[in-house]
Design a protein around this ligand. Structure first.
Ligand SMILES: [Zn+2]
Length: 90
């Protein structure tokens, strides 16, 4: 009889943690589906989902590109190697 009670408690505790874990995993995999309103869906036409704060403008051709993807030369970041050459010859 004691074993039955013990297993029942273990099962209850296990199920409690299992339900908690499941809710945690659901939040983990669907973080945007809970509580967020779809008020500003007008930005779907914007190219990409890159943060504008991390954009850099090429001083040679004026093209915007994500910071870190360009070619750095003399502390200035260009969009490509050819623009580095152009910037040097300016
Ligand atoms: Zn460029």
């Amino acid at each position: 009889m004691r074993f039955l009670l013990f297993s029942a408690i273990v099962f209850g505790v296990f199920y409690f943690f299992y339900s908690k874990l499941r809710r945690f995993l659901a939040q983990l995999f669907q973080p945007l589906n809970t509580g967020t309103q779809h008020a500003g869906d007008s930005g779907t036409k914007e190219p990409g989902r890159i943060n504008k704060g991390e954009m850099q403008q090429c001083p040679s051709c004026g093209v915007y590109f994500p910071t870190g993807t360009g070619e750095k030369s003399g502390g200035v970041e260009y969009c490509s190697v050819s623009c580095v050459e152009k910037g040097k010859h300016k």
